[in-house]
Design a protein around this ligand. Structure first.
Ligand code: NDP
Ligand code: MG
Length: 391
């Protein structure tokens, strides 16, 4: 029986993974090692009981008592704190899904790679903040990373049996998010509630807002660069409002292979879960005749400056990814808390990147977790200070 762990089980991706595991037979089909969450103790305990996990871990130390209580009588171990989350990644399991949101997903993901495990990676922030470190860690330990972000899963699938050298470009699509058709002048006044409503995908709040600002696509461009080793001129973004084509691989011979599917993350999660096989999944089949048409447009970088920042970060290399990711997380915190407007996020990130670019060591890719966290901390402090100064 295969053993699995889900890091970030109580989130949107985690819920989809739980659904797949339960439909596949739950504890009869998979041995669940660790499930982790943060604030949602009730759901974490429910999931751990349903899957008969060995251990349930909350990232929040103050929630340990509540977790122990919720697991009472189940025989399931309880633990709490960021170190315990990292240890959950270190526990031997055949397949570990990293579905934690933000840079907090990096330490447990590195633990999975350190022990040569298979990491199904939804947590794109790990690759953005520490792409070199993550890929080196995987290569050195014979670990495997399977992409779960839908566009990267799509590219990965389209590349099966193909040679990367024959690839002229990879195109990842973007729905355009909540504000795709808003007049530009209205964007500055966009509210958190408005930015949190995605037209096609049901996702966590942070990635939904990142979709509206295109920071999500910016992270994905960097993720594609780090994971597939493509230069930024070979990674294209195309606005595709229907979210049916997730990505397309274009070859030098003029042929392109696109990956299509309903906007349902259970496809990409399930593909990674069963890889290298394909199993039936509870994903609605495509009905293109009913859809009638698929439309496309080039992204407007005045509306979405994050895309330009992604290219600049790839060209800068070194610690730029760690800085962009942390500054973006801070700017997003500020937007959600009402400390800045929607259109203030990209300029805030750009200012922090410019400030960090002058620091010694910026041009060197961080070679260990501590260095990534140093840049992360510096970027967050600069973003917060600048924000306070701007207020
Ligand atoms: P959610 O916000 O829905 O879930 C995040 C998960 O991480 C929850 O289990 C949450 O626990 C936990 N968590 C929050 N903070 C911490 C922390 N500091 N340390 C450890 N765990 C923490 O996010 P999503 O499921 O939407 O996204 C997860 C990841 O997958 C992100 O990296 C996102 O970019 C990526 N992704 C998501 C997609 C989607 O469709 N949602 C699509 C493609 C990629 P709790 O809820 O208990 O507080
Ligand atoms: Mg995606």
């Amino acid at each position: 029986m295969r053993s699995v762990s889900v890091l970030g089980a109580t989130g949107s991706i985690g819920e989809s993974a739980f659904d797949l595991l339960m439909r596949a037979g739950g504890p009869e089909a998979f041995r669940t090692v660790a499930l982790t969450g943060a604030a949602n103790i009730t759901r974490l305990a429910e999931m751990a009981r349903a899957l008969r996990a060995e251990i349930a871990v909350t990232a929040l130390p103050e929630k340990l008592g509540a977790l122990r209580e919720a697991l009472a009588g189940s025989g399931i171990e309880a633990a709490a704190g960021p170190e315990a989350v990292a240890e959950a990644g270190a526990r031997p399991a055949d397949w570990v899904l990293s579905a934690i949101v933000g840079a907090a997903g990096l330490p447990p993901g590195l633990e999975v790679l350190r022990r040569g495990g298979t990491l199904a990676l939804a947590n794109k922030e790990s690759l953005v903040a520490a792409g070199r470190l993550v890929m080196d860690q995987a290569a050195q330990n014979g670990a495997r990373i399977l992409p779960v972000d839908s566009e990267h899963s799509a590219v990965f699938q389209a590349l099966q049996g193909e040679n990367l050298d024959s690839v002229a470009a990879v195109t990842i699509t973007a729905s355009g998010g909540a504000f795709r058709d808003w007049p530009l002048e209205r964007l500055a006044r966009a509210s958190v509630a408005e930015a949190s409503a995605h037209p096609n995908w049901a996702m966590g709040q942070r990635i939904t807002i990142d979709s509206a600002s295109m920071f999500n696509k910016a992270l994905e461009v960097i993720e594609a660069h780090e994971f597939f080793g493509l230069s930024c001129d070979r990674i294209k973004v195309l606005v595709h409002p229907q979210s049916i084509i997730h990505a397309m691989v274009s070859h030098h011979d003029g042929g392109s292979i696109a990956h299509l599917g309903a906007p349902d993350m259970r496809h990409a999660i399930g593909y990674a879960l069963h890889w290298p096989q394909r199993r039936a999944l509870p994903v609605a089949p495509l009905d293109l005749a009913s859809l009638g048409s698929l439309t496309f447009r080039a992204p407007d970088e005045t509306r979405w400056p994050a895309l330009r920042l992604a290219r600049e970060v790839i060209l800068a290399g070194g610690a730029a990814g760690a800085v962009l990711n942390a500054a973006k997380e801070q700017a997003l915190d500020d937007f959600i808390a009402g400390r800045c407007g929607f259109m203030d996020m990209a300029p805030a990130v750009e200012r922090v990147l410019a400030a960090c670019a002058g620091q010694p060591g910026f041009a060197t890719s961080p070679g260990d977790l501590a260095t990534v966290l140093e840049w992360d901390g510096m970027a967050r402090r600069l973003a917060a200070v600048r924000q306070a100064g701007a207020a």
